[in-house]
Design a protein around this ligand. Structure first.
Ligand SMILES: [Zn+2]
Length: 409
C-alpha cells in the first residue's frame, strides 16, 4: 500500500486542459482525474494510470473540463470614480486636451482616489474582484498609481493587500508610484522620481506592501533615465520590477527592463527586434493588453511574429483601469487577443494561465494543473478549450476550487 495516495478530494471523470508546457496542445489529458491534498495538486493524469487513492471526498465532473484558475496579471483595480462622462464627451466631439483642461483624465481619478476613504476604496475593489472571480479568476495583480503622493499610494496598496482577507482569491501587489506626474510636480519630474525612490519605495518595503515595482516609461510618462532610477532603487530593496513599455512609442524601455531581469514588459505595441531579443535573453514575459489597444483605437500591433520567433512567453491581462481600459473581463481578452493580435486560441489561453503566472513570478505555484501546484481549478461546461476564445459573453464556469476548497457561487 506504499503507493496509495491519501487525498482530501478526488476529482474524477474529467477532461483536463492542464496548460502544462509539455505534451499535447493545451496540455490536454482526456478521461482524467485530479487528487488534491492540503490545498495542492497531489496527482493529475489519465484515470487508467491513476494510483490507488484514499480520498476524504470525491467529485464526479460528469465528463466536463478542468482548467487551472485564471490569472489577471495586470490590473489597476483600486481607484475611485469613473470617467464615463468623459467617454461620452469625446464621442460628442470634445477633445482630449479640452477634457484635460477641465481637470479630466487621470488627474480626476487621482483626485477621487485621494479623497476616498480606505473603506470606500476597499468596497469598490472587492466588487471588481468579485466580478473577475465570477469569470474563474483565482489570482489578480493589482497596481497602485492613482495616489501619486505617499499617503495615497500606501493607502491603495493596503486596500489591495486586504482583498485576500475578504475573498478567496490570491492578490499580488505592484507599486506604480511612477505612473503619471502629479500636478504638484508639474515642472519637476526628476523631483517626483526622487520622492518615489527616497520616500515612497522605502515605506512600501518597510510595510511589505508590494510584491513588485512598475513604471510607466513613455513620452507622456517617465523617461528611460527616470525609469532606471526607480528600478535601481527597487533592486536595492530586493523587489522585482516590471514595466509599462513601448505602448505609444519605442523608448527602449524593454531593453532597460531586461537588464534588470524584469518579470514582464507590458503593452509593447512599439517593441522592435532588439527589444524582443533582449527580453528573450532575460526570460521576461511579454504581457499584451488588448483592452487598452481596443479602447485607444491603436493601430500599431505588438510584434507577435517576433515574440514567437524568439520564444518569448506571452501573457494577456485586462489592464482594468478607468481611463484606457475599463474592461473587467478576462475571458474577453482571449477573443480580443485572437481577433486583434492574431494569437491562436491556445496561445491566448496560455496568456491568462501559465504565462500570466510567469509574469508574476508565480509559475512554481499556479497557472497549470500539475503536481505540487496550488489546487486552483475550474470546472467548465465546454466541448474543447478553444471554445473559450471563440464565444463572447457565455460563462461556462460550473465550479471553482481555490486552494482545494470548493467555492459556492
Ligand atoms: Zn496598466
Amino acid at each position: 500500500m506504499a503507493d496509495t495516495l491519501h487525498a482530501d478530494l478526488l476529482l474524477t471523470n474529467a477532461h483536463l486542459a492542464t496548460m502544462s508546457p509539455a505534451g499535447e496542445p493545451y496540455g490536454i489529458i482526456r478521461d482524467a482525474s485530479v487528487a488534491i491534498a492540503e490545498g495542492r495538486i497531489l496527482w493529475a493524469g489519465k484515470i487508467t494510470e491513476q494510483p490507488a487513492v484514499i480520498a476524504k471526498a470525491e467529485h464526479d465532473c460528469q465528463g466536463q473540463w478542468l482548467l487551472p484558475g485564471l490569472i489577471d496579471c495586470h490590473t489597476h483595480l483600486v481607484f475611485a470614480g469613473n470617467r464615463a462622462d468623459e467617454f461620452e464627451q469625446r464621442l460628442q466631439g470634445v477633445s482630449y486636451a479640452d477634457i484635460a483642461r477641465q481637470g479630466g483624465g487621470i488627474r480626476r481619478t487621482v483626485q477621487a482616489t485621494r479623497e476616498a476613504s480606505e473603506e470606500a476604496l476597499l468596497a469598490l475593489t472587492l466588487k471588481r474582484a468579485r466580478t473577475l472571480m465570477g469569470q474563474g479568476v483565482s489570482c489578480i495583480e493589482i497596481k497602485s498609481g492613482y495616489g501619486l503622493d505617499t499617503d495615497t499610494e500606501l493607502k491603495m496598496l493596503r486596500v489591495a493587500r486586504q482583498v485576500e482577507q475578504h475573498l478567496p482569491v490570491t492578490v499580488r501587489t505592484t507599486f506604480l508610484g511612477a505612473h503619471a506626474l502629479p500636478a504638484e510636480y508639474q515642472d519637476d519630474a526628476d523631483g517626483y522620481i526622487d520622492l518615489v525612490c527616497n520616500e515612497m519605495l522605502p515605506q512600501v518595503k518597510a510595510e511589505n506592501l508590494a510584491d513588485a515595482v512598475d513604471v510607466f516609461c513613455e513620452s507622456i510618462g517617465f523617461s528611460r533615465e527616470q525609469t532606471h532610477k526607480v528600478f535601481a532603487a527597487a533592486q536595492n530593496l530586493g523587489l522585482p520590477v516590471k514595466l509599462h513599455a513601448e505602448q505609444l512609442s519605442n523608448l527602449g524601455g524593454s531593453e532597460l527592463a531586461a537588464s534588470f531581469n524584469a518579470l514582464s514588459v507590458d503593452h509593447i505595441e512599439y517593441l522592435d527586434e532588439a527589444g524582443v531579443s533582449a527580453i528573450a535573453k532575460s526570460g521576461t514575459v511579454a504581457t499584451l493588453l488588448p483592452g487598452a489597444f481596443y479602447y485607444l483605437k491603436e493601430t500599431q500591433k505588438p510584434p507577435i511574429e517576433l515574440l514567437r520567433k524568439y520564444r518569448v512567453p506571452m501573457a494577456l491581462a485586462t489592464d482594468f483601469n478607468p481611463g484606457s481600459s475599463p474592461v473587467c473581463n478576462l475571458p474577453l481578452m482571449l477573443n480580443m487577443a485572437c481577433t486583434l493580435f492574431a494569437l491562436t486560441p491556445e496561445e491566448a489561453l496560455r496568456g491568462i494561465t501559465i504565462n500570466a503566472a510567469k509574469a508574476l513570478g508565480e509559475a512554481e505555484h499556479m497557472g497549470s494543473i500539475e503536481t505540487g501546484k496550488l489546487a486552483n481549478i475550474l470546472q467548465m461546461d465546454i466541448s474543447h478549450p478553444n471554445q473559450l476564445s471563440y464565444e463572447i459573453g457565455i460563462n461556462p464556469l460550473n465550479r471553482v476550487w481555490h486552494q482545494g476548497r470548493m467555492l459556492t457561487r
